[in-house]
Design a protein around this ligand. Structure first.
Ligand code: ZN
Length: 93
């Protein structure tokens, strides 16, 4: 039995959209992953079985409320990451 968090797919897709309108100060993989992780920690997970997964993700993805929630979290997370660029402060962590 396999389950996955549908929000991972949704956040990943919306992150692409987000980056078309917002230029992050640093767009290295570390910063992107930090943003991605922060958002996923803030947004409640929606687990689904892999069998129903695609439909479930589609159903969530077209929800405008959910989209704007994710976009808002992406904006917040991008700001946080830009002010704490962990990968450049390795000695402090
Ligand atoms: Zn970076």
């Amino acid at each position: 039995m396999a389950v996955f968090n549908a929000m991972e797919t949704i956040v990943m897709n919306l992150f692409d959209e987000f980056q078309k309108n917002y230029e992050m100060k640093c767009d290295c993989t570390t910063c992107k992953e930090d943003v991605f992780a922060l958002v996923l920690n803030k947004i409640p997970p929606r687990y689904t079985s892999s069998e129903k997964g695609q439909l479930f993700v589609k159903g969530l993805y077209i929800n405008p409320q959910l989209q704007s929630d994710v976009m808002r979290e992406l904006m917040e997370a991008a700001n946080i990451v830009e002010h704490h660029q962990h990968h450049r402060e390795e000695s402090q962590s």
